[in-house]
Design a protein around this ligand. Structure first.
Ligand code: F6P
Length: 551
């Protein structure tokens, strides 16, 4: 692979830097005053999503230049590469096949056809049939009783997506069948779940693409022990496990029955895998129809991303605006605030999707990036966050762009939905408009304070404003629009990776922590010497061993 010119050397990047200077004294508020139609101008809709990006500090010229940047980074060709199954994950020489997983039912224009598609169709049918049998009480444990509890053992991409989606639709849960998720290696998590379950009616799903993740295998071991403690022999234990993995042999060796192993392709990345067999907990909890609707929604967003003009292409706009925020306005963090309790897990999910994909410091050809890349993603559900972290968003030093997410049609009681929407829109207005010192002073003067006291208090009450946000509205809250929302974020991440010339689909740094933890585990277990370690690690280990000596 030859090294292209770094993107910050392109004329489009330089033009954006220059353009930013022309906007440095322009307030967002002024842009709204200058163009009363701004809210109608800077918006786009697709696949059941309405995207308002008018509260970004931008003009038509900004969008034109961002488009030129996209062209310089050859974004149109990169989008085609993604959909046509090219090896976009160059360090692992793999395609990224998540869009092919969604194209299956809608029989669309993906090039990932043939063998892959037919094995995928077969896997989807087997998985859906298994999920439906479970929901109907026809899949039974060793004593012949129907399963009542399904526990997903997985972490990262093998946990976050299914966990979030299952929590989003409690009304679709099959009666008498409960779903649980255990990710952390901290045994208190699984123990807490097991205390509510009976061995005879519990099914464990070992969800691990690699079938080698410490947390997941440790929890699977605890699960096996729990069944054994209940008096199950090895054959009986086997009846209580299923697995979703690309490592069929490892799962079989572990003791999962071949007919209970649901394969996934190596070309599906962990954080993009909820659309594969990793989505089995979704099909079990919500039903195969809901799972299909989720895939259809994502597929609708895929078609939009692939075909829509950049001027109205939601993921492209969102991705380019993130670049604008990070590289030209110096905002290195983004808050995601869903005003939908059902989506309380969205910030966690997006944290992995974005930070594992975009937390890179060299380009695809190994050149150090001379510009900032992936943002810190955080957030919490509204309105809860208004009583915890929004103080910093409104008055802290340094702006944090926000993505507000809400629903158009009430997803909860109508009156409470109005409260949610009112608060959501009010927060984006408060961030944009703030409160001037003069307004604050008028307020404090009316309190009957001395002029000095009023002036000092006004300093505390003034809010800078001019803080940017996007607002995303889901027409209606259902699996289809949720699928579209998740695909929207996946594609925005891809757009950003293409502009930054980085690989969104690998995660080499994660390996270092895994290797080091193995060494330290061996030291703790006294099968390796601590002398190779740094003095801080040694002292910490000494402290633990001195406080709680092991035999
Ligand atoms: O955190 C690293 C990672 O590899 C993620 O990318 C992945 O989603 C997670 O671990 C779990 O991996 P696996 O599904 O192989 O157990």
């Amino acid at each position: 692979m030859t090294s292209p010119l770094l993107i910050d050397q392109s004329p489009a990047w330089k033009a954006l830097l220059k353009h930013k200077k022309t906007l440095s004294n322009t307030a967002l508020k002024t842009l709204f005053e200058q163009n009363p139609q701004r809210g109608q101008t800077f918006k786009a809709s697709a696949a059941g999503l309405y995207f308002d990006y008018s509260k970004n500090l931008l003009t038509d010229e900004t969008l034109k230049l961002l488009n030129e940047l996209a062209d310089s980074a050859q974004l149109p060709a990169a989008i085609e590469e993604l959909f046509s199954g090219a090896d976009v994950n160059n360090t692992e020489q793999r395609p990224a096949l998540h869009t092919a997983l969604r194209a299956l039912d809608s029989n669309t224009d993906t090039a990932n056809e043939g063998e892959f598609t037919s094995s995928l169709a077969q896997m989807r049918n087997t998985m859906n049939a298994f999920a439906d049998r479970l929901r109907q009480g026809d899949e039974r444990g060793t004593s012949g009783k129907a399963f009542r509890d399904v526990i997903n053992l997985g972490i990262g991409g093998s946990d976050l997506g299914p966990r979030m989606i299952v929590a989003a639709f409690p009304e679709l849960q099959a009666e008498g069948l409960r779903s649980h998720f255990a990710a952390n290696v901290d045994s208190d998590v699984l123990k807490g779940i097991l205390s509510q379950c009976q061995p005879e009616t519990t099914l464990f799903l070992i969800s691990s693409k690699s079938f080698s993740t410490l947390e997941t295998l440790s929890n699977a071991g605890l699960a096996r022990q729990w069944l054994s403690n209940a008096g199950f022999d090895n054959t009986q234990i086997t009846c209580h496990f299923a697995a979703m993995t690309s490592q069929i042999e490892k799962a079989t060796t572990w003791g999962v029955k071949p007919e209970r192993i649901f394969p996934m392709d190596e070309g599906v990345g962990g954080r993009f895998s909820l659309w594969s067999s990793i989505g089995l907990p979704i099909a079990i909890a919500l039903g195969s129809d809901a799972f299909s609707q989720l895939l259809d929604g994502a597929s609708a967003m895929d078609k939009h991303f692939r075909n829509a003009d950049f001027s109205e292409n939601l993921p492209v706009l969102h991705g380019l605006l993130s670049i604008w925020s990070i590289n030209f306005n110096g905002h290195h963090s983004r808050a995601v605030l869903p005003y939908i309790h059902r989506l309380g897990e969205l910030p966690n999910y997006l944290q992995q999707l974005t930070m594992e994909s975009l937390g890179k410091r060299v380009t695809k050809t190994g050149q150090p990036c001379t510009y900032a890349t992936g943002p810190v993603i955080w957030g919490s559900e509204g309105t809860n966050g208004q009583h915890s972290c929004h103080q910093l968003l409104l008055q802290g030093i340094g702006a944090v762009p926000v993505d507000f997410v809400a629903t158009t049609k009430a997803h909860c009681e109508p009156l409470q939905h109005q409260y949610l929407v009112a608060n959501c829109f009010a927060q984006s207005r408060a961030l944009m408009l703030g409160k001037s010192y003069e307004q604050a002073l008028e307020e404090t003067r009316s309190l009957g304070l001395s002029e000095d006291e009023a002036a000092q208090l006004a300093m505390h009450k003034a809010i800078p404003g001019n803080r940017v946000s996007n607002t995303l509205l889901l027409e209606e809250f259902n699996p289809h629009t949720l699928g579209a929302l998740l695909a929207f974020y996946e594609h925005s991440v891809y757009v950003q990776s293409v502009i930054w010339q980085i690989n969104a689909f690998d995660q080499w740094a994660v390996e270092l922590g895994k290797t080091m933890s193995t060494t330290i585990f061996e030291v703790l277990e006294k099968t390796a010497s601590k002398h190779e370690l740094d003095s801080s690690s040694q002292a910490l280990i000494n402290h633990i061993q001195a406080s709680h000596p092991t035999p």
